[in-house]
Design a protein around this ligand. Sequence first.
Ligand code: UDP
Length: 399
Amino acid sequence: MEVRTRKIKAEDYQIRGGRMKKCKKNRKNVKKITLANQLSLKKLLSLSSNSENNSQIMKKECVLVCGGAGYIGSHTTVELINAGYDVVVVDNFSNSDISAVENVRKITGAEIPCIEADCCDMEAFRKVFEKYDFNSAIHFAASKAVGESVQKPMMYYRNNLTSLMNLIDLMREFGRQNIVFSSSCTVYGEPDKQPVTELTPRKPATSPYGNTKQISEDFLRDSVAAYEGLKSIALRYFNPIGAHPSALIGELPRGVPQNLVPYVTQTAAGIRECLSIFGDDYNTPDGSCIRDYIDVTDLAKAHVAAINRMVEGKSEERYEVFNVGTGRGVSVLELVNKFQEVNNVKLNYKIAPRRAGDIIAIWADPTRANTVLGWKAERTIEETLASAWAWEKHLRGIK
Ligand code: UDP
């Protein structure tokens, strides 16, 4: 195995290996780190190197968060720490920034070992298992843009499936038990009936991304059935939006945002000229598509509930599935109007043609998560849209 380190040598921070191409790509990403982030990085590195024997120091139950620098991963790390867990983050920063981990440290005041490694790189990933003593892992380390997956299907299959297979193999090899998986309501396809329950049949996926979520769920179901000692919960997310109330972490899309709310906030900030609303001629009350928008902090808390359930031995089955949504369907036009109202801003928008591959309407029946998992969405859509705007303003230095 080839292990490469950056000029700043910090084993705790960085475990790297494998193919030259990946390393080059990572080096490119590293170059993008701003001066401010480099300062943060140094602070992080010095903290990490002070904690050579993290696994010995840690007394609390520890959770590995794969993709912990990302949007949902960073919010979940905050909530895990608030709930009394220790967290180890592993991330390849392919679609995230080290500043997110630094800001999670600021919010929580906790020491968070952060390892730069690609979960697809088995040897690098194995080192994380050798070094840290966790019994639970949450798997966020995957690509997530539907449109991109149609353009680059092999990248999606390779990245999303290899990283999960490696995780399952390593959990078995090291005798670790619990896996929480980031699934998606995309597994339901275009449902015949609303709202969807966990028993609503999964329809053929409409994109390679959706297909990776279905296949990943199957990997977990079959692995748990075959390998004693493994337990898993798949959380089927609806549409995560918003940001942490501190406005220190939030969604950080690279390039032009693919999702609605980052596009809305960037338009409000003047970065994008005009929001396109994809279709107003659907068979819905106002003609635009309907989704179940779930606050990212609420979603993060669902992961804590899932970890608690497995750690406390409360799972009824060794593989379980929960919808994580609010139960509230909101149309694109409603969301845009609410955003303007709540934040007192004017959005420049136009009606554009339908977007290929869009599901017309989907929202959750969250009864099972409410009653069995003991989790419920709490924040109102107004609070969430205010937090999304606060985060965008924080990012752009808007008062
Ligand atoms: N949408 C839109 N304009 C945009 C981005 C998204 O009208 O710039 C619509 C999209 O067609 C869908 C809804 O917003 O009806 C949610 O899309 P998003 O990409 O955020 O999530 P998805 O449900 O597709 O995963």
